[in-house]
Write a protein that binds this ligand. Structure first.
Ligand code: DGY
Length: 323
């Protein structure tokens, strides 16, 4: 009997993806731990794998690829972002790398909008106040927030998710949308009725700034004290992309000194660590990297990662190659 391909999954993911892999006839090994694997554990766990289904919390580089062995053909990331992959190491070893683009676009866009409203209207702060049994009845000055309609939203990175946020905020809430991207997209500008501006113009004109760029050497620390000082003191920053695009220490300074009005974050520079002072500030909304976390979307991501593995192990090309 032919040897079964071995697929290792570094942490339990929705059943939809696992079922596809099992039905395809592979030996599927799921990490027994409900936590991020340590580096030595990961190296041991991938040994002998023909395919790895990885998470954004697994750093996949040459050392891990070599630990798997020469039979390894593909690593499918259960995420659209792949800054956890050392791409050059994949290229030199001719191993496929895939991600999950498209299926999470709308969920992340909805989540981003949820964060925008949460910070503007002080929803989390006010919820906490009620839970602490401090509500004594209606008050004229209680938790005054900021209106969202007719304001200017600056989108940093007009990719799939940025475009979806722009469309919904313009159509649904009447905001003026401006954007900055390294690549200008005139077609989408026309389609969405939005305006391209320089990064500094975006910083100066926006009432809300939402970050949608991938983490690259060129986007690392795109937001530092210098950029915060260019923003309006009434402006809010929303980040559902990657934490290290913001210098978190500088953000704390900007929030403490009221250089900007607030920040709503789903991601952190040194995830899962969070700069302690951020936790103490009332003008923040802080979530545990859950922008794609709907039952439907996470199942689709699992299926997509599984389908890439199936395609490659059956001798074909991956559906969502990264390079
Ligand atoms: C991604 O896919 O990159 C998100 O951060 C998690 O879904």
């Amino acid at each position: 009997m032919a040897k079964k391909f071995k697929v290792v999954v570094t942490r339990r993911i929705p059943e939809a993806g696992l079922q596809l892999l099992k039905k395809a006839g592979f030996e599927v090994k799921i990490s027994p731990y409900n936590r991020i694997l340590t580096r030595p554990e990961l190296k041991k766990f991938v040994k002998g794998a023909d395919a790895i289904l990885s998470l954004l919390t697994d750093k996949i580089d040459g050392e891990i690829l070599d630990a798997a062995g020469p039979q390894l053909k593909i690593v499918a990331n259960y995420a659209v972002g792949y800054d956890n992959f050392k791409i050059d190491d994949f290229k030199t070893r001719k191993i496929y790398a895939t991600n999950t683009p498209g299926v999470l676009t709308e969920t992340v866009a909805e989540h981003t909008i949820g964060l925008l409203f949460a910070i503007a209207q002080r929803i989390v702060e006010a919820d906490e106040f009620v839970r602490q049994k401090k509500f004594r009845g209606w008050e004229p000055m209680l938790f005054l927030g900021t209106d969202v309609r007719n304001k200017t939203l600056g989108i940093v990175g007009l990719g799939r998710i940025g475009g979806e946020v722009a469309k919904r905020m313009r159509d649904g809430f009447g905001l003026k949308i401006i954007y900055f991207d390294v690549k200008r997209n005139k077609e989408l500008e026309k389609e969405l009725g939005i305006k391209y501006v320089s990064f500094s113009q975006l910083l100066k004109e926006s009432d809300f700034i939402s970050i949608h760029v991938p983490l690259l050497p060129t986007t690392h620390h795109m937001f530092t004290l210098k950029e915060f000082k260019m923003m309006k003191p009434t402006a809010f920053l929303i980040n559902t992309s990657r934490g290290a695009i913001i210098n978190e220490r500088d953000l704390v300074t900007a929030l403490k000194k009221k250089i900007i009005a607030g920040a709503a974050l789903d991601v952190y520079e040194f995830e899962p660590k969070i700069t302690p002072d951020l936790l103490k500030l009332p003008n923040t909304v802080l979530l545990p990297h859950i922008a794609s976390a709907s039952i439907e979307t996470r199942s689709k991501m699992a299926e997509m990662a599984a389908k890439n593995i199936i395609a490659v192990l059956r001798g074909g090309k991956p559906i969502n190659p990264i390079f």
